[in-house]
Ligand binder design. Structure first.
Ligand SMILES: [Mg+2]
Length: 217
């Protein structure tokens, strides 16, 4: 089994949404810097690009020729950001999982690494496969999942098996291509209902221990 974790709202949950809000504020500031106008308008454009292109960055790149590293250097300025609190229970849970563990994120690696350092779980991960490694084309584009598989094939060799990949994600949209590839999908989200095709649904990462025995190992 290979364990892949989305970072935002998956490794830290809905109860720490202010972490993501602090980053979104920085993204809106970058949009404002790029297109001008008010912060409020920039915030609306941020959301519009997110829905139309999958990420705000993808919209900025397509429409404004944004350099992705310039974007991330700006939005990851630590003085404006909030990080998740120390999470010893998550650490124990992650260390109990057998098989490689990694992060599969639409952010640049330094954001999730700083957050995991804050939570005390950075050393629980064997790798961070980030948007830069994905050539700046992230989930839910199918090419992102293909690149993730190729990376795992390189690490695991003959042991690679798509049906042995578990993806934990708060976003259904990002789980769908994983399901299509035969990965095991776990929706980590406090919403009440999940579609039938989702293999497992837990409200919070710490609930993983309740279903881990049901996974085919
Ligand atoms: Mg997420």
């Amino acid at each position: 089994m290979v364990w892949l974790f989305d970072y935002d709202l998956t490794l830290y949950g809905e109860e720490e949404r202010h972490v993501l809000v602090s980053l979104d504020r920085r993204i809106s500031a970058y949009v404002q810097k790029t297109i001008g106008g008010t912060f409020e308008h920039a915030s609306e454009i941020r959301t519009e690009y997110l829905h139309r292109y999958g990420t705000t960055l993808a919209g900025l790149m397509a429409l404004h020729g944004t350099d992705p590293d310039d974007f991330f250097d700006f939005i990851h300025d630590a003085q404006y950001l909030v990080y998740p609190v120390p999470a010893p229970a998550k650490r124990d849970l992650l260390l109990s999982l057998k098989g490689p563990r990694g992060v599969f994120t639409n952010g640049r690696h330094d954001w999730s690494e700083a957050g995991m350092r804050s939570m005390g779980i950075l050393d629980c991960m064997d790798f961070v496969f980030d948007l830069k490694a994905l050539g700046w084309v992230g989930k839910p584009h199918d090419i992102a999942y293909e690149k993730m598989e190729n990376f795992l094939k390189g690490r695991l060799g003959a042991d690679f098996n798509a049906s042995g990949i578990v993806l934990l994600e708060d976003s259904l949209r990002n789980l769908e291509p994983a399901h299509a590839r035969g990965w095991i999908t776990i929706l980590v989200n406090p919403v009440e209902n999940a579609p039938d095709w989702v293999d497992f649904h837990i409200p919070h990462l710490l609930d993983l221990d309740k279903i881990v025995n049901k996974l085919p190992c």
